[in-house]
Design a protein around this ligand. Structure first.
Ligand code: AMP
Ligand code: GLY
Length: 423
């Protein structure tokens, strides 16, 4: 079967590498993909260009589509492909709104009693500012819509909150996403990412993971798309997992059904384990990046079988198994990321990475037939090992063999998880 994967980052490369193991798949196209994805044919069609994606699918005998990024999901890419009769992995637009609008997701949680930070919604900057004067900082200000992961501002003072509201609502730095804001109570506790497969009835959590969002060692510096991940996350104990299933995962699936917005695909729960128990920080309507780069290498079941069952509504019939192991992904970025950085430097990858590590390319392009850097996050190196300690050491060791100018990485991916385990 010919399949298509929409998207272009490291997450998509991890999905493609896993799908390439499936005996049923003969050809993988990726729109637009990137030059580092050797397992698929890259086609220069943008992930948000839904009419062009539909035209491509019509003319290439596509039997299944995986829509990975948030934008095309929110824009209705799955709706458009399903209209052609192509089964898809990913939610329709009416369910992708769970990520597309924070106002929607917060109201959903309030209505159905799903634990989350207390909040208020505002569509006027002056009302938002007045409200901030009634609460004690830190104050969390969030743009309602998609903002490339940058729409959340944690404000330590009232002045910072006033400025954040100005940027989002008055300067519209995130465009229309800033028409409304959510102002939220500041929660504390370790964060856990739980990606799940769901067909709208059954929900199967994947192995838990931990992202490292800040640019610098010791969780300092600017927020990024993610500088590395480990799985499993030691803060996600069996007790926490059981509470999450009863208080968060199943109630969310049921709530979406009750709203007539059945969610099928990967529902990502961004959780904080607070003193009062697990709470939802955010939902994403897709696989996380770079969480996918540690979760999928630990999957012991054919990913395509799971994706087809998710689309068809018979996920309960699939026995989903995980390796009894740990994984660590270290992101190699361009110096200067997430601000200004240079690209276009030759990218030298090892023929056979050490420790059986996997390389997931995120930002690369081809220049005169040579693979060169092409993004802030260039690639991720993932190692799988029996223990987290070995996985971390092996990922860093394998990363030594990847070379490009202005290479930047964090040196402490996994340190917090190892400390939690007392290692
Ligand atoms: P998000 O884009 O929603 O994942 O938010 C980015 C990051 O901001 C999260 O990973 C948290 O670290 C932090 N954050 C978001 N909401 C809150 C909150 N209510 N309290 C504390 N931290 C938060
Ligand atoms: N790693 C966070 C996200 O994918 O949103």
């Amino acid at each position: 079967m010919n399949i298509v994967v929409i998207g272009s980052g490291g997450r998509e490369h991890a999905i493609i590498q896993k799908l390439a193991e499936s005996p049923e798949i003969t050809k993988i196209y990726t729109l637009p993909g990137n030059a580092g994805m050797k397992e698929a044919e890259c086609v220069p069609v943008g992930a948000k260009d839904i009419p062009a994606i539909v035209d491509f699918a019509k003319s290439h005998d596509i039997g299944f589509a995986v829509v990975a990024p948030d934008d095309p999901l929110v824009l209705g890419c799955v709706d458009a492909l399903e209209e052609l009769g192509i089964p898809c992995f990913g939610p329709r637009a009416n369910a992708a709104i769970i990520e597309g609008s924070k106002v929607f997701s917060k109201n959903l949680m309030k209505k159905y009693g799903i634990p989350t930070a207390k909040y208020e919604v505002f569509d006027s900057a002056s009302d938002a500012r007045a409200y901030c004067r009634t609460v004690t900082p830190p104050i969390v200000v969030k743009a309602d819509g998609l903002a490339l992961g940058k729409g959340v501002l944690i404000c330590q003072t009232l002045e910072e909150a006033d400025a954040a509201i100005g940027e989002i609502m008055e300067d519209r730095v995130f465009g229309e996403s800033g028409r409304r804001v959510v102002i939220e109570e500041f929660l504390t506790g370790p964060e856990v990412s739980v990606l799940s497969f769901t067909d709208g009835n059954t929900v199967v959590p994947m192995i838990s993971s931990m992202d490292h969002k800040r640019a610098g060692d010791g969780d300092t510096g600017l927020n990024t798309g993610g500088m590395g991940t480990v799985a499993p996350n030691p803060y996600y104990t069996p007790e926490v997992a059981a509470r999450c299933m009863d208080e968060i995962f199943l109630p969310t699936i049921r709530a979406m059904n009750a709203e007539g917005r059945t969610f099928r695909g990967c529902l990502y729960f961004g959780l904080m384990i607070t003193e009062d128990g697990p709470k939802v920080i955010e939902y994403n309507c897709r696989f996380g990046d770079p969480e996918t780069q540690v979760v999928l290498p630990l999957l012991d079941t054919d990913l395509f079988t799971i994706m087809k069952a998710t689309a068809a509504g018979n996920l309960a019939d699939v026995d989903i198994r995980w390796k009894d192991a740990a994984a660590c992904c270290v992101i190699l970025a361009s110096e200067g990321y997430p601000k200004k950085y240079a690209t276009g430097y030759p990218l030298i990858l090892p023929e056979k990475p050490k420790h059986g590590a996997r390389i997931y390319v995120a930002g690369a392009k081809s220049a005169d037939g040579v693979l060169v850097t092409g993004g802030g996050r260039v690639l991720g190196v993932t190692a799988v090992a029996p223990t987290l300690k070995e996985a971390v050491a092996n990922a860093y060791d394998a990363a030594e063999d990847v070379h490009f100018e202005n290479r930047y990485l964090r040196h402490d991916i996994g340190a917090r998880a190892l400390a939690c385990k007392g290692e």
